[in-house]
Write a new protein. Structure first.
Ligand code: BGC
Length: 739
């Protein structure tokens, strides 16, 4: 077979470093660089957490900066960046005070270089009180709605910048293929195409065309790269990844976000194939900076440069750790508790183990982002934004996102429920807002129920409102991990027509969210078994960030709704779907495993097909039911051959043959029948979300170009290979040949 190694835009970009022009922002940066002392330069590369400059133990509403510590950080150590919130979310007013106080000190410094403040605005401006809390990424991905995802990003940017903060450590480009990983919910799911499109939309929403605008922020691509693939599923444990898999599956979403203009990148806190992220000069220097031409800066993750010495043991001393990371291409250190990085880097420069040219490169990149953000001209928060912080349309957008994030996994004629029937609501996640939001919600772990707004509805409260409180009873039944009073729930079920069981996980984030077993804890499974024995129809609603294995729950439930982490409007959206006010339209952005070792993604390999149970899914990727019915017909290809520079149009008719309006995600899959490296079963190459009235039919078209068929070949380069391909939309298939 003839092999063509093609030059594709994806992988072949040459470095775009140019000589600095004589005027404009780049000239301004060069002029500043010439004025800066080496101490000022290593200071720019240093980032500390707000605790370092705050009065100890004064959190949340009591938080206060310590003026002396602030002066030490900015005037003595010349730090370039500060991050985080100490403990819990602040009011917009307090954020303005903090940012203004920081700028007051900057103005006493020699060169008055603004401090870049960074925050984790993960699903909205989650560290500002009263900000809109959107669905977390895994649920945002379940909407398959690119416009909604972009809108969420715009509002997150608005409320973050309105708080005076110009930089968010988001979006996450890590692929979600390891369901045990406690950060699975921060990903846009398992698919490369879906995740790449959503991160692109997110970056565009955060940044607009000009990140210096009063309502825009700079995005940070993270965690570069391979962080999401820990072999054993625990956070910050080793991943084993070869270059081909990296380039084919892991890197494309990061590259998409960089191409969309994200000016900062955060490094993977773990290691791949023995190389810690912060020592991986191939990934940072060669791929990101040279191959992709990235001109922004690279920030470390929390304390991770130190950990090259203390944890990873690739650096015999803390100074070696600094040298290794900086020479690998890390431009800024999230130290974050002290100034040791600046001190050690200075020593490295003095002894010649880090050349000044590398320092200049890093500082140039940092100053460039500060310049792009307009911080040199407008370093202070925009006071007029305070009054505009909250708008009804923001909450409406959030409600729409929550509605479309809900995935109806199973429905044996039980849903939608008629209002006014006797309903028992049970389960550990029925009456909490924290669990609808998950980690990164007002606090890092997101589990401070008292901090959530009182005007938002839990699932229980929403069901009471929709169904009438008199018809609705609530008995918790079980805690997450232990049986509380299953008997009381069973007894209450006797008087009910229907049971709504809200199961799942508590709120968590990062390492505290590690689990030993992907199955839902035993008491929750037993609750459903005990209720099912009474013969009452059960709707199970799943709330949490991971697909926990359901065991007997699937067969014991007549209906199952995956709510994931739908955000602050999730309670209301769940009630609207249960009672049929809203027709569900979400689709799984991951394969829901049936067993704890059933981690097979939808694009599995032929080799996996040779086992008795090739897929082992409880529910497949892309699955999601509706209250109406969609019929697919007339799959057509504009040609049955394609040239290596050509494309074809694929069209299909979709008809709503049911009796109510609904949204459908039309998914285009392509299978390469043979290739030099064993091909995936199929790959998603396009999707469109459409809305159809009852009886309405639409023709949906996709353009498929030859470059979309490229894969990473034996030589680890993007390759096109002539041969036969199969196209699949719903249950229709067709074929074409690439010549
Ligand atoms: C996380 C990052 C986060 C950073 C700053 C780290 O622990 O891994 O995702 O951006 O903290 O809060």
């Amino acid at each position: 077979m003839l092999l063509l190694t093609c030059v594709l835009p994806m992988a072949s970009q040459q470095t775009r470093q140019r000589p600095a022009p004589a005027s404009g922002p780049e000239a301004r940066i060069e002029q500043l660089l010439r004025q800066m002392t080496i101490e000022e330069k290593v200071g720019q590369m240093t980032q500390v957490t707000i605790d370092v400059v705050s009065v100890p133990n004064a959190v949340g509403r009591n938080h206060r900066l310590d003026p002396a510590k602030l002066e030490e950080a900015i005037l003595k150590w010349k730090v370039g960046s500060i991050l985080n919130v100490n403990g819990e979310a602040y009011t917009v007013e307090h954020w303005h005070e903090v940012l203004n106080q920081i700028q007051d000190v900057v103005e006493k410094s020699r060169l008055k270089i603004p401090v870049l403040y960074g925050i984790d605005s993960i699903h909205g401006a989650n560290y500002t009180l009263d900000a809109v809390l959107f669905p977390n990424a895994i649920s945002a991905a379940a909407t398959w709605n690119v416009d909604l995802v972009k809108r969420a990003a715009e509002i997150s940017a608005f409320q973050t910048r309105a708080s005076g903060i110009p930089w968010t450590f988001y979006p996450v480009e890590d692929i979600g293929r390891q369901p045990l990983w406690p950060r699975f919910f921060e990903t846009f799911g398992e698919d490369v195409h879906l995740a790449s499109r959503l991160v692109t939309a997110y970056v565009e929403g955060l940044q607009g065309r000009d990140i210096s605008a009063r309502d825009k922020v700079a995005a940070c691509v993270k965690h570069y790269a391979g962080y999401s693939m820990p072999f054993n599923g625990k956070d910050r444990t080793p991943a084993i990844l070869d270059e081909r898999t990296l380039r084919q599956v892991i890197l494309p979403p990061y590259e998409a976000a960089v191409r969309a203009g994200a000016p900062t990148v955060m490094v993977n806190s773990g290691e791949i194939s023995g190389v810690p992220g912060h020592a991986n000069s191939w990934l940072i220097q060669d791929v990101l900076k040279k191959e992709w031409g990235f001109r922004g800066f690279v920030v470390s993750d929390w304390e991770d440069i130190k950990r090259l010495h203390t944890r990873d043991r690739v650096a015999p001393t803390p100074k070696d750790a600094v040298r290794i990371a900086v020479m690998a291409g890390v431009d800024m250190s999230m130290v974050p508790y002290d100034f040791s990085f600046a001190e050690l880097l200075l020593q490295c420069v003095k002894e010649g183990s880090v050349p000044v040219s590398r320092i200049d490169d890093a500082v140039r990149r940092i100053l460039r982002v500060k310049m792009q953000l307009g911080l040199f001209d407008r370093p202070r928060p925009d006071a007029s934004m305070k009054a505009e912080f909250d708008k009804p349309e923001f909450h409406e957008a959030n409600l729409q996102a929550a509605r479309e994030a809900l995935v109806l996994l199973k429905n044996e004629g039980l849903l939608p429920l008629a209002k006014g029937r006797r309903i028992l609501v049970t389960g550990p996640n029925a009456d909490l807002l924290s669990v609808l939001n998950g980690g990164w919600s007002l606090t890092w772990q997101g589990n401070r129920e008292d901090l959530f707004p009182k005007n938002k509805l839990t699932i229980r409260k929403a069901i009471e409102q929709w169904n009438g409180a008199a018809n609705t009873q609530y008995v918790k039944g079980v805690e997450w991990e232990k049986a509380a009073d299953i008997n009381a729930a069973v007894k209450a079920a006797e008087a009910a027509d229907v049971v709504v069981a809200v199961l799942g996980e508590p709120s968590y984030c990062e390492t505290p969210g590690n689990i030993e077993d992907l199955a839902l804890p035993e008491p929750q499974i037993r609750l459903i078994e005990a209720l099912a024995q009474r013969g009452k129809p059960i709707v199970t609603v799943l709330v949490g960030g991971r697909p926990r294995v359901l065991r007997t729950i699937t067969r014991n439930s007549k209906a199952i709704l995956w709510a994931g982490l739908p955000g602050n409007e999730g309670g209301r959206a769940v009630a609207e779907v249960l009672f049929g006010d809203v027709n569900p339209s979400g689709k799984l952005p991951f394969s829901y495993p049936r067993n704890v070792n059933g981690f097979t993604t939808y694009d599995y390999k032929p080799l996996e097909n040779t086992h008795d149970n090739p897929t082992g899914w409880e529910f497949p990727f892309g699955h999601g039911l509706s209250y109406t019915k969609f019929d697919y017909s007339d799959l057509k290809l504009s040609a049955n051959t394609m040239t290596r520079t050509g494309s074809i149009t694929i069209s299909v008719k979709v008809r709503n043959s049911g009796s109510r309006a609904g949204k459908e995600v039309v998914q285009l899959y392509v299978s390469d029948l043979y290739r030099q490296v064993s091909p995936p079963n199929r790959e998603l190459k396009g999707f469109q979300k459409i809305e159809l009235a009852p009886g309405e039919e639409k023709t949906v078209e996709f353009q498929l170009a030859a470059k979309d068929l490229a894969f990473v070949g034996l030589n680890n380069r993007w390759t096109l290979e002539p041969g036969d391909y199969r196209v699949q939309i719903a249950n229709l298939t067709a074929g074409f040949t690439l010549r």
